[in-house]
Design a protein around this ligand. Structure first.
Ligand code: SR1
Ligand code: MG
Length: 425
């Protein structure tokens, strides 16, 4: 494989050394002797091939898109161009929050592959939360990442022409966006073909949610925001499976669902996955109550991610507001700094309400739709799993319906705890 290869062909462990052995960025890291390379396919996500390639010198990750959805098979084609959009998202995120995404060594558009930094000894955050492990500084890293990437990808910060060019660029990632629009915002709320849920334990609550008129209306308001409110460049799939951690480091991976959308979508998806981890903990405890302290730690993370996000977003608002929105020429330069603060408070409040709504929808789709998460799926006792899932489903509904009334994080965390007590009783 060279930079000029034109015919796409999926890699396998046998062909990989020969095919990548001609790429200088790769041999610079692994060495020229490809007989010393060892490739393992480790992809456990829903879409792609992922290889760890090791040599005596170093290790790299090779991620290659498949022309279909891996989770479902070749009956569901998916464009290879998602690797192009992921690459463009990664280089922007690296610029907007340096050090938080893997370093890219090589990108081959024709082969839909990205060669990047092997993060070690990192593991997927979702697995870490299932094991009950801690990561120091996690909330800070994720709150800053969200604020910096979301602020700096928007008209609050970017040059207007560059921002419009990026909006047009990422609009090309339509098929991935279509997955989110259907799998997140529509399918969970009717008996769509690919849906699955823990049955028969959840049949009652599933029927109740699908018959809930108010819920269906609110979710479609949220879908409308996702589709129409192109506020910023989103990661697009910012859940705990898209974060890798050690005991004291966190990195964000996998932005292939990148699109322009509402700021609260990324923040909501992130908080939602921590809240689901919270509800799943009784299913991973070695004795009743064995994860109580860990649950407190998770709710503390939810609190601190939002607090860090809001503080950093506010700092950027005050120091980097160089885009076409809420211009300083209208506010600070006129002696109206107070107006800027008023606008900031209102923007943050709108993001907060969106965050809660999107968090609720994400909870529902991970339990009622096609793509579930390991937090619940690895609970082997199906009755216990259903109890945990029921808590998340109930909280999800409350977050969606009452997002305008739930005005503080304390109110949200109290609600999460109350629902947990009621459902686990
Ligand atoms: C068919 S893809 C299903 C889900 O996997 C990805 O990680 C996204 O979350 C998507 O919604
Ligand atoms: Mg992913």
């Amino acid at each position: 494989m060279t930079d000029n290869d034109t015919t796409y062909e999926p890699l396998d462990t046998a062909s990989l050394p020969t095919r990548l052995g001609r790429i200088k960025a790769v041999t610079d890291r692994l060495g020229d002797d490809i007989s010393q390379w060892n490739a393992d396919e480790v992809g456990d996500g829903n879409l792609n091939l992922v290889f760890i390639v090791k040599s005596p010198k170093s290790s790299i990750i090779v991620k290659q898109a498949l022309p279909y959805v891996r989770l479902v098979g070749d009956s569901w084609p998916l464009p290879l161009t998602r690797a192009f959009f992921e690459y463009h998202a990664l280089i922007r995120q690296a610029d907007r929050d340096p050090g938080m995404v893997p370093e890219i060594y090589h990108f081959d558009e024709q082969q839909a592959l990205i060669v990047m930094e092997f993060l070690s000894p990192h593991i997927i955050l979702r697995q870490s939360l299932i094991k009950g492990d801690h990561t120091e500084g996690l909330a800070n890293a994720l709150g800053l990442f969200a604020a910096r990437t979301l602020f700096r990808g928007s008209d609050l910060s970017m040059d207007a022409m560059e921002r419009k060019a990026d909006l047009a660029l990422f609009a090309g990632n339509g098929e991935l966006c279509d997955i989110t629009e259907n799998l997140v915002f529509s399918d969970p709320y009717f008996d769509a073909e690919m849906n699955q849920h823990n049955t028969p334990q959840l049949d009652g609550i599933v029927a109740r949610l699908r018959a809930d008129i108010d819920l269906k209306v609110e979710v479609q308001h949220l879908k409308s925001k996702f589709c129409n409110n192109a506020e910023t460049m989103l990661h697009g799939d910012l859940h705990t499976g898209s974060v890798m951690v050690t005991g004291d480091d966190a990195r964000v991976i996998d932005p292939e669902f990148v699109t322009y959308g509402p700021i609260g979508f990324d923040v909501g998806m992130m908080l939602s996955n921590f809240l689901m981890a919270f509800y799943a903990q009784p299913g991973h405890a070695d004795k009743p109550g064995g994860r109580d302290d860990y649950q407190d730690w998770i709710l503390g993370l939810v609190n601190d991610i939002w607090a860090t996000f809001a503080a950093e977003f506010s700092r950027l608002w005050r120091t980097e507001r160089t885009g076409i929105l809420y211009q300083k020429t209208l506010y600070e330069d006129q002696g109206h700094a107070i107006a800027s603060e008023q606008a900031l408070g209102q923007r943050l409040n709108a993001i907060w309400q969106d965050t809660l709504g999107f968090a609720g929808v994400e909870m529902h789709r991970r339990i009622l739709g096609l793509a579930h998460n390991a937090d619940f799926e690895t609970i082997t006792d199906e009755d216990l799993r259903a109890t945990c899932e029921t808590g998340a489903l109930e909280l999800g509904r409350q977050l969606i319906i009452n997002r305008k009334q739930l005005s503080t994080m304390n109110a949200v965390l109290d609600l999460a705890r109350t629902i947990q007590q009621e459902t686990q009783a």
